[in-house]
Design a protein around this ligand. Structure first.
Ligand code: ATP
Ligand code: MG
Length: 418
């Protein structure tokens, strides 16, 4: 062991765990993401430990632990306010239909444990002194900014097809390239993605789209056309694969993840039903699906318009119909999308939106009851219709949001309409 790193605080706090295991005669090291991120000089998120001790031995050494995944050898150890996953060295034999191992076997040697891991950059270990153990040359790949399967990429993707998505996720997260042999294998085995549960596909996709470089993820997904091979078909997949470089740069600039989904699904030729079915196939939570669909609806409503229509009227009624949140998300996309035909109007839309004295019926200074009493009419469908008409006038800044003036206007319309 030659290469040595200074351990970040989170790992220093976990040192007593390594030491306790070593004292009992076991081998124990840091593994996975915390090692990779430390080698890259990035902050770490959590600390994973691998050890030759069996789960029951781990539990007998540490008084406070949770048997998180005993059959896979994982015990969560609680120590001074922190929690650490301690997993017994293991190999995975036989995979069930290209996903998850059917059986795991506990082993005594670290090498075998690292061999089962997906990518070389994820298959490094570090001891208590910060010395790197790196049999698959993950550090070289980190320096070359490359993601590469451990061992034979063909075999690794056939064992567990989720690794194809993980490969793209890590490549996009760090802006790495995919090693040639790994990329070839990914394209060769892409149809195996159908064996992976849609929830897991979604979780990976979500991390890509919400991550630091969603544009890069989309580029790699499009280049491999991987999304056309999911278990439940994604109706938008083919159109997404035709995505263009300008869309990818839009994604990176838009901050909100759901606005990013919307930006993707605003791509040419994707209909609203296709977009919705795609989000449903991904098992995105209903609330998020609705939020994204509202942004697409805003886009649809705005697309309808040509030069001649009163843009302010169209925009204002769209905001009232689909709400402020969806409208702001739509703006955040179109602002960066230079190809959108309303791109040049976004400053104006933004100004109008910020200046709207009311956007919801709740904000209107006249409620249904007051309106009914003021007009001496029995409640009916007309109440809501008239309130909406008043709200539009207020939002357009044509009528002050004051009770008496609102009622007066309502009276005028009321006599006109009769
Ligand atoms: P992150 O920072 O995103 O959590 P991570 O590397 O910690 O990255 P995890 O998904 O938490 O990723 O997995 C922890 C480790 O387990 C990985 O570094 C990798 O070594 C191994 N691993 C996870 N999933 C797989 C898989 N499908 N096949 C092989 N090894 C895997
Ligand atoms: Mg992790």
């Amino acid at each position: 062991m030659e290469v040595r790193f200074a351990l970040p605080n989170l790992m220093l706090q976990a040192l007593p765990l390594l030491e306790a295991l070593v004292q009992q005669g076991f081998e124990a090291v840091f593994v996975g993401g915390c090692v990779r991120d430390t080698a890259m000089g990035l902050p770490i998120k959590d600390v994973d430990i691998a050890t030759s001790a069996r789960p029951e031995q781990v539990m007998s050494i540490f008084p406070r632990c949770i048997p998180t995944g005993l059959q896979h050898g994982t015990v969560t150890v609680l120590h001074q306010g922190g929690s650490y996953e301690v997993t017994t060295f293991r190999t995975e034999s036989e995979y069930e239909k290209h996903r998850r191992p059917l059986q795991v076997e506990f082993i005594d040697r670290l090498d075998g444990d690292l061999l089962r891991r997906d990518l070389t950059i994820n298959a490094m270990a570090m001891n208590a002194a910060g010395e790197l153990y790196d049999p698959f040359h993950g550090l070289i790949d980190l320096k070359k900014r490359t993601v590469r399967c451990v061992g034979d990429a063909d075999a690794r993707f056939q064992e567990d097809a989720l690794r194809m998505l993980r490969t793209i996720r890590f490549a996009s997260q760090f802006e790495f390239t995919v090693a040639h042999s790994t990329w070839r294998a990914l394209n060769k085995h892409r149809e195996l993605l159908r064996y992976i549960a849609m929830e897991r596909v979604q979780a990976e996709l979500d991390r890509m789209i919400g991550g630091a470089h969603p544009g890069r993820a989309l580029h790699l997904l499009a280049a491999s056309n991987l999304l056309s091979y999911t278990g439940t078909a994604l109706p938008a997949a083919e159109k997404l694969a035709k995505g263009h470089a300008s869309l990818y740069s839009v994604l990176d600039k838009v901050a909100d993840p759901d606005a990013r989904y919307a930006a993707l699904l605003m791509a040419e030729g994707i209909t609203l039903p296709d977009a919705e079915d795609t989000l449903k196939a991904l098992r995105l939570p209903t609330q998020r699906t609705n939020a994204i669909m509202s942004v697409l609806s805003v886009n649809y409503a705005m697309e309808e318009q040509d030069q001649i229509t009163d843009l302010r009227l169209v925009w204002t009624s769209t905001v009232l119909r689909f709400g402020e949140e969806a409208s702001r998300r739509w703006l955040s996309v179109v602002k960066w999308d230079q190809k959108h035909h309303l791109h040049d109007q976004t400053n104006l839309f933004n100004k109008w939106l910020n200046g709207m004295p009311a956007m919801t019926l709740k904000q209107l200074k006249l409620n249904g009851k007051q309106l009914e009493e003021g007009l001496r009419r029995v409640p009916g469908a007309w109440t809501g219709e008239l309130l909406k008409r008043l709200l539009l006038e207020v939002a357009l800044d044509k009528l002050p949001n004051e009770k008496d003036l609102l009622l007066k206007q309502a009276q005028i319309w009321n006599t006109e309409d009769r």
